[in-house]
Design a protein around this ligand. Structure first.
Ligand code: PEP
Ligand code: MG
Length: 883
């Protein structure tokens, strides 16, 4: 096997496409090197060596060691330095590099190769003893932490004590001899704590560091991260070993991170932070506040500290040039790391940058205009479910804001909630349905579950590249970071803002687009759906084959859905029209009526309400298809429960409360979801169907007159298992249709179809299709009845199933292709055997789930139908499914 791939001096054995063996970082280092960009020479040990390391009981294979030694000789030849020896010692960085980025999860060792001798040589060679001793103490500290497992705190304590003794405020004030003394103290600490010396042999240091990087793959936090993100353990991590370049070599040296475009807004401008006279870890650790790279960035952050553009104009121009070259090469926005050593720029990493959805939209659209990518590629660049965050409300611009704190706008959108101080409290609140804002000094990977559970995240420390910022953007959760004007007093659970002190549970609003913290709840507005969003959606609409309808029960829902681009109503659940206000009483009278006469009395009251509802829907939809489903309530949802409710209904019906209670009890079902619902209700009480059909047809007449557009109602019969059930109900509908047409003196086209939501219906689809003019897959019930899992009780054990690896996804959220999916395929095929032009759609929750939508495309459904807010998601997912 070949274990090691080298790069340097414009040559590289690997390329970006090799990221599966070399990991993301290694593959892109090779690519940049081959492009002729300034990359310190180095090598990558492929990820599979990590697996071998574990198979060998945590030993590095001899073959790997031999290839690494050969690779290091190559680095020595390019740099003219010798590893761990001589007058010009070569120092190395050792970094992890998994296939996908696992931010902050794994280990790094810098300045490797320093010992009591090479530190002197390095100081001479650089003409800067202070730099050499600073590097040595950094190395000892990192190595002791990562390889020897000593932790960082004791070292930090020593450093803080010494600084205090010497009267220094910052690290940069320490002299060479002062750093030398700290090195002495550090080594002493190691001897005392571990009863062993700090290793002086560079080879020992090297294998120690490589082993530690491999070992970090199985660290608890890395394991958790992989579980959260579905990253297979078998990938292992690659290891990148590179010649060190030094950002801490005086004031002409620096280190930084940048995005080639703004990751929050998508604006085309270099965006990033850097630190003068520092090493990469200092930026991430947040010890010093980084400075802005561009002058514009400095001005907008109001910082006094000079930008890199001003301070190091040549390196800045070189950085800009390289960034645009990288963008064009990768055809995407990049997230880069760099170091400037005495004025010379070195690239240490590039990868495609994480971004907010708004930024993703803008970048994709801009890159189409720049002719860097095609419209199809732009459509593929947007994660459909991420559109959710664009549809998030923002703060109404007309309100006066009571700002109690300001920070950086790390992730867009506004959120309101009660403040909590720990991730655990956020999780608890979510399970109780309370909305919270998670407040932390800064977040760490241990907070992930709490960040997920919160409406918004607020930190008082950290920059745009801090953990909180990166993670929140990925999750699409509004986030403000580095709110330095506020202080968290965690002991007393207080937040001290400008002119206020808040305690746990107090309500705040954060504006992740402006970086502001506001007191209390603030009026919000819905987002603008034109601009970049409109253009991407336009391309998606042109590409997709399936149409997208919505599940809407009211004219207001229908109007919202149309503004999101719905092309019809795929499901109107008529029972939902009866939950509101007055109507529930009439509904109860109808359900509880003891005979047909009583029922007809209640139905007569319901008819005008239904007609009005349907007229509203037809009018809003203006000739677009509207599927109305006949009543399908599990009856218990409507029944009066409390004594007060029973008394009220009894009074309205002129009955004794006791008699009514008996009637309620008689209607009790042991398993209402499999009980007297759907078409079974229509067969028991055909007068209900007759009322609904009359309301639909009369509304169609009224709406056609009002809008001038022909209305073709699609009437859908629920929970059909037998063709004879559908025949019976259809006969009632046809009869009423004839009556209404005669009365109105007008012809109405209409369709009668059925839901396929029982396995029997799916299997007998060819027979049912003889009566049904369309099918709509009710995948909520079809999942329930195929699995035999109650959709209302599943949440008690589905999470356990997922945690224990019994199932991967909740089948009520993402379609079970193998089982439920097969039934759908069978039904679609058999249905079309009988009626080849039959319209097929889906209206269960899965109609808004991107993976399920892809499945619907592959089996050739005509449309998907989902809730109004998911219509844009479905439009995009349907387009991606055909590309
Ligand atoms: C379904 O079962 O998938 C469906 C859409 O109907 P409901 O959710 O109303 O049962
Ligand atoms: Mg159903």
């Amino acid at each position: 096997t070949k274990w090691v791939y080298t790069f340097g001096d414009g040559q590289a054995e690997g390329r970006a496409r090799d990221h599966e063996i070399l990991g993301g970082k290694g593959a892109n280092l090779a690519e940049m090197c081959a492009l002729g960009l300034p990359v310190p020479p180095g090598l990558t040990i492929m990820g599979d060596a990590c697996n071998t390391y574990y198979r060998n009981g945590r030993h590095i294979e001899d073959g790997v060691k031999a290839e690494v030694r050969a690779g290091i000789s190559g680095i020595e030849a390019i740099t003219g330095r010798r590893f761990g020896a001589g007058s010009q010692p070569l120092l190395l960085s050792v970094r992890s590099g998994a296939r996908v980025s696992m931010p902050g999860m794994m280990d790094t060792v810098l300045n490797l190769g320093l010992n009591d001798e090479t530190v002197q040589a390095l100081g001479h060679d650089a003409g800067d003893a202070r730099f050499a001793w600073d590097s040595y103490r950094r190395f000892i500290q990192m190595y002791a932490d990562v390889v020897m497992g000593l932790g960082n705190d004791a070292f930090e304590e020593i450093l803080e004590d010494e600084k205090a003794k010497l009267g220094h405020e910052t690290d940069t004030e320490l002299s060479a001899s002062e750093w030398q003394h700290i090195v002495f103290l550090y080594k002493k600490l190691i001897e005392e704590e571990l009863a062993q010396e700090f290793p002086q042999d560079p080879e020992v240091q090297l294998w120690g560091a490589v082993g530690a990087v491999f070992s970090s793959w199985m660290s608890a936090r890395a394991v958790t991260y992989r579980q959260l993100h579905n990253i297979p353990e078998g990938w292992g991590t690659a290891v990148n070993i590179q010649a060190m370049v030094f950002g801490n070599l005086g004031n002409a040296s620096a280190t930084g991170v940048a995005f080639t475009r703004n990751p929050s807004t998508g604006e085309k401008a270099l965006y990033g932070e850097f630190l003068v006279n520092a090493q990469g870890e200092d930026v991430v650790a947040g010890i010093r506040t980084p400075q802005s790279i561009t002058e514009e960035g400095r001005l907008s952050s109001g910082s006094e500290k000079p930008s890199m553009e001003k301070l190091m104009p040549e390196a800045f121009r070189e950085l800009c040039r390289i960034c645009s070259e990288l963008e064009i090469h990768y055809r995407d926005m990049q997230d880069i790391e760099f170091t400037i050593e005495r004025g010379k720029l070195w690239m240490l990493q590039t990868r495609s940058g994480k971004r907010s959805t708004r930024a993703a939209m803008k970048i994709a659209v801009d890159m189409v205009d720049e002719k860097v990518i095609t419209e199809e590629q732009a459509v593929l660049r947007i994660e459909p479910s991420s559109l959710d965050q664009l549809l998030h409300p923002t703060i109404d611009p007309r309100v006066t804001r009571q700002v109690i704190g300001t920070g950086l706008p790390a992730s867009p959108g506004a959120a309101t909630g009660a403040i909590v101080f720990t991730a655990e409290e956020a999780v608890e609140a979510e399970s109780e349905g309370r909305k919270v804002i998670l407040l932390r000094v800064e977040t760490s990977p241990e907070d992930i579950h709490g960040m997920h559970a919160a409406e918004g995240i607020l930190t008082t420390r950290g920059g745009m590249t801090s953990h909180a910022a990166v993670v929140a953007r990925g999750m699409g959760i509004p986030c403000v970071v580095g709110a330095g004007t506020m202080r968290i007093d965690s002991r007393n659970e207080r937040l001290l803002g400008i002119g206020v002190t808040l305690k746990k549970g107090d309500i705040i609003t954060i504006d992740g687009s402006a970086g502001q913290v506001l007191k209390g709840e603030v009026p919000m507005i819905q987002p603008e759906l034109s601009g970049d969003f409109g253009r991407i959606m336009g391309w998606a609409d042109r590409l997709r084959r399936m149409t997208v309808r919505t599940n809407a029960d009211t004219p207001a829902d229908a109007r919202a859905a149309r503004s999101f681009g719905a092309e019809g109503i795929g499901l109107c659940r008529t029972e939902h029209m009866f939950f509101e206000g007055e109507r529930i009483h009439v509904m109860r009278e109808m359900i509880l009526a003891v005979d047909e006469k009583g029922r007809r009395l209640a139905l007569d009251k319901l008819l005008p309400m239904q007609r009005l509802d349907f007229t509203g829907l037809f009018t809003v939809m203006h000739g677009l298809p509207v599927t109305i489903r006949l009543l399908d309530p599990p009856l218990h949802e409507f029944l009066p429960k409390t004594d007060d409710e029973v008394a009220e209904v009894a009074f309205a019906m002129g009955m004794e409360a006791i008699a009514l209670r008996q009637r309620v009890d008689a209607l009790h079902e042991f398993n209402p979801m499999l009980g007297h619902r759907g078409c079974r209700l229509a067969i028991s009480y055909p007068e209900i169907v007759e009322m609904q059909a009359r309301a639909i047809f009369e509304a169609a007449v009224a709406a056609a007159k009002e809008t001038g557009a022909a209305v073709v109602p699609e009437i859908m019969v629920p929970l059909v298992g037998l063709r004879s059930e559908l025949d019976y109900v259809k006969a009632r509908i046809d009869e009423v249709a004839g009556d209404v047409m005669r009365e109105a003196g007008m012809k109405i086209d209409y369709l009668v179809g059925t839901m396929i939501e029982l396995p029997r219906a799916a299997l007998r689809a060819h027979v049912i299709a003889e009566a049904a003019e369309f099918f709509s897959f009710g995948t909520n019930d079809l999942t329930q009845t195929t699995f035999g899992i109650s959709r209302d009780d599943a949440s008690a054990f589905i999470p356990t199933y997922q945690r224990k690896g019994i199932i991967e996804h909740d089948p009520f959220i993402s379609l079970d292709f193998d089982g439920v999916g097969e039934l759908i395929s069978i039904a679609a095929e058999r249905g079309r055997q009988t009626r080849n032009d039959m319209k097929l759609g889906i209206c269960g929750e899965h109609g808004g789930d991107p993976a399920s939508i892809r499945f619907c495309e592959t089996i050739g459904l005509d449309y998907v139908s989902c809730s109004p807010f998911r219509v844009p998601i479905a439009r995009l997912a349907a387009a991606q499914a055909v590309i």
